[in-house]
Design a protein around this ligand. Structure first.
Ligand code: NAD
Length: 322
């Protein structure tokens, strides 16, 4: 039986990845600071502990795994990563996790390791025009991410690539672009735009006004979690190292995102634009490289993913209100 390790298995993408690997027949160990908040884990072995602790990290990497997915990070939406208030923690925590995990994997001679970087590592100067952002993989340098979260991702993706170069590990690096779906953070300050908008609209009555950070004209693309995992596992099982974008090319303004969710909810929603952390003006995935290297790119519409996400967030809102 093939074995897999998922670091960050108590989180949004890690939780979905464990389910997928189980469906594929793997024996799975999940590791996280906490149990999954919204679903019972399907991991064969789920270890709660802190990957900033190198002794703990070595204890969970006590054997060779066929596939390792390193998704653990100190992360959140704009309200967490763009205010500046959490910068020291974000850099220290995520960098320490990556240093510890790689060192332990190298000592155990583990070869196949996937690392989730982020589109936040792309230079801010290429993302000032909301209609024409440039997020081609080779546009990463000269580096100028707009957040410390992005700088840490850039450092860590380079770290994974060095272990590939110097120690013969077969590391893969993907740059995720706004992944969303059910069973992710939807309240509490670390949620991202799709979940936050679903929550606000689920809590609103038709005709209500919701607050939104910024003018809503900033553009983004959003990828449904199932497609993210399809890209992730395809990359892991390919000969291509990356870094490569895993994201959707269906770019929308945040106003349009709200309109789609309101339409799904069947509610008339007015927008009140208030000052808040918004990040770059425009961002979109560029899928030319993934198409070329893997012969695959995501194809599901934003609306289809939002329908499933809204239904789940609405359920959480109703459950919390009861
Ligand atoms: P998430 O916050 O839901 O999951 C991350 C998990 O890591 C959490 O469960 C958290 O408890 C765990 N973790 C944090 N510190 C830890 C520690 N010291 N020890 C053990 N576990 C620890 O986030 P997610 O959306 O599932 O993202 C997974 C990965 O993908 C992250 O690396 C993130 O930076 C990256 N990413 C996500 C997106 C997105 O849109 N969701 C976009 C770009 C990149």
């Amino acid at each position: 039986m093939k074995t897999a390790l998922v670091c960050g298995a108590g989180g949004f993408i890690g939780g979905h990845l464990v389910k997928r690997l189980k469906r594929e027949g793997f024996w799975v160990r999940g590791v996280d600071l906490k149990a999954h908040e919204y679903a019972e884990t399907e991991a064969d072995d789920f270890v709660v502990g802190d990957l900033r602790d190198q002794y703990f990290t070595r204890s969970v990497i006590d054997r060779r795994f066929d596939e390792v997915y390193q998704l653990a990070a100190d992360m959140g939406g704009a309200g967490y990563i763009f205010t500046g208030e959490n910068d020291a923690d974000i850099m220290h925590n995520s960098a320490t996790i990556n240093l510890n995990v790689l060192d332990a994997l190298h000592k155990r001679n583990v070869k196949n390791v996937f690392y989730s970087s982020s589109a936040c590592m792309y230079p801010a100067y290429n993302q000032e025009d909301p209609d024409n952002p440039n997020c081609a993989e080779d546009s990463a340098y000269p580096a100028a991410p707009d957040s410390e979260y992005g700088w840490e991702k850039l450092f860590s993706e380079r770290l994974y690539l060095t272990y590939g170069r110097n120690y013969g590990m077969k590391n893969r690096v993907a740059r995720y672009h706004n992944i969303f779906g059910p069973e992710g953070t939807w309240t509490g300050g670390k949620e991202k735009a799709p979940a936050a908008m679903c929550r606000k609209i689920a809590q609103a009555k038709s005709g209500d006004t919701i607050d939104m950070w910024g003018d809503g004209l900033q553009t983004r693309s959003f990828l449904f979690v199932d497609e993210c995992l399809e890209g992730t596992t395809r990359l892991m099982r390919s000969d291509f190292t990356g870094p490569v974008n895993i994201g959707s090319e269906e770019m929308v303004t945040i106003n349009q995102l709200v309109d789609v969710v309101a339409d799904i909810a069947g509610k008339t929603i007015h927008k009140n634009h208030i000052p808040g952390p918004v990040g770059v003006r425009g961002r979109n995935s560029d899928n030319r490289l993934i198409e070329e290297k893997l012969g695959w790119s995501p194809s599901q519409t934003l609306r289809a993913g939002l329908e499933r996400t809204y239904a789940w967030v609405e359920q959480q809102v109703m459950r919390n209100a009861a």
